[in-house]
Design a protein around this ligand. Structure first.
Ligand SMILES: NC(=O)c1ccc[n+]([C@@H]2O[C@H](COP(=O)([O-])OP(=O)(O)OC[C@H]3O[C@@H](n4cnc5c(N)ncnc54)[C@H](OP(=O)(O)O)[C@@H]3O)[C@@H](O)[C@H]2O)c1
Length: 298
């Protein structure tokens, strides 16, 4: 058994978010086994005041996994779950806790197909991190996760206790997840403009973003989120007070010509809105544009 194997923790998807969590675990002496698509000798996280190098190598073949793990973090994009599924089969035993580090409100449904009996924990990832050209990751905030308070959550709390990535377990996860989804949905406007957060300083974009945030809020409430009217304005203000060059992972994907997480971040508002009979006029314009920008044809 290698030193890495002894942590009992594996991580699938060592991109911006995966590298941040892997670095936090490594710094605390709980180095995870790292499973990815692209081969790297190590991972590197940079942040204000320092850097952490996580020893690899990044494994790229699920057949090299010889025993299952008790805790698996999954930080692939929602568009990459199917391709990453062989890792889940190799890494998980019946009781493996799987913590999904992804945006959206449908993580449990997405993973149930591959892990019908395992405890799957969605999370809200609150920190911005971006992959740089040299494959290092720049952590642009304080690493923080929110998870639902369930019996399985203790495994994640224990793994990340005392690390630079704090974890909060909450009883009303639905509300927290939808609050984050409102932010993600509005961030999708950056893809259509091809601009970063500075664009929200424009009055016209501010008005559009507010109308869209209000539409999302209606759907969120219909899904059980307990969010006040003022949340829509808070979301818009959050972008206005961000660094003007702050992007979003869906914008980075667009600019790199990669598939977009449009369905889980924006399409979901339209789909669930329809199921509740809530009009979604802003979604009805922006969702087809995001979908076509992601998936074509053309
Ligand atoms: N970045 C942020 O600031 C941020 C903030 C909050 C939430 N999120 C959410 O967190 C999730 C992850 O985003 P991210 O920005 O970290 O994405 P990312 O940087 O693109 O990382 C995804 C990682 O998964 C790897 N991967 C792709 N297919 C795989 C496969 N079949 N098997 C194993 N690994 C595979 C990728 O490998 P390659 O190196 O080959 O591409 C990459 O290392 C998304 O749902 C995103 O919306 C991101």
């Amino acid at each position: 058994m290698t030193i890495s194997d002894s942590s009992g923790i594996a991580l699938v998807g060592p991109g911006a978010i995966g590298t941040t969590v892997a670095a936090a675990l490594h710094e605390a002496g709980r180095t995870p086994v790292i499973c990815g698509r692209s081969a790297h000798e190590h991972l590197e996280l940079r942040f204000d005041g320092g850097r952490i190098v996580v020893p690899g190598p990044v494994r790229t073949d699920p057949a090299t996994i010889v025993h299952p793990f008790d805790l698996v973090f999954v930080a692939v994009k929602a568009t990459q779950i199917e391709a990453a599924a062989p890792w889940l089969a190799a890494l998980c035993h019946a009781g493996t806790v799987v913590c999904v580090l992804q945006n959206g409100v449908e993580q449990r449904a997405h993973f149930a197909r591959y892990l019908p009996d395992n405890p799957v924990l969605p999370s809200v990832v609150w920190f911005p991190a971006q992959r740089e050209a040299d494959a290092s990751v720049w952590l642009r905030g304080t690493a923080r996760l929110t998870l639902p308070d369930t019996p399985a959550t203790g495994a994640v709390l224990a793994a990340l206790s005392g690390t630079r990535c704090s974890v909060e377990a909450v009883s009303d996860f639905t509300t927290v997840a939808w609050r984050k989804l409102l932010q993600n949905a509005v961030a999708g406007l950056m893809v259509l403009a091809g601009r970063r957060a500075g664009m929200f300083a424009r009055a016209d974009i501010g008005a559009l973003a507010l109308a869209y945030a209000r539409e999302c809020l209606e759907v969120a409430r219909a899904e059980g989120a307990k969010l006040d009217d003022q949340v829509a304005q808070e979301v818009v203000n959050g972008f206005r007070h961000s660094p003007p060059d702050l992007g979003t992972s869906i914008l980075a994907d667009r600019q790199a010509g990669r598939p977009l997480e449009w369905d889980g971040r924006n399409g979901v508002i339209q789909r669930l809105g329809r199921s509740h009979g809530i009009p979604t006029p802003v979604s009805d314009v922006i969702v087809p544009l995001l979908a076509a920008g992601s998936d074509g044809p053309g």
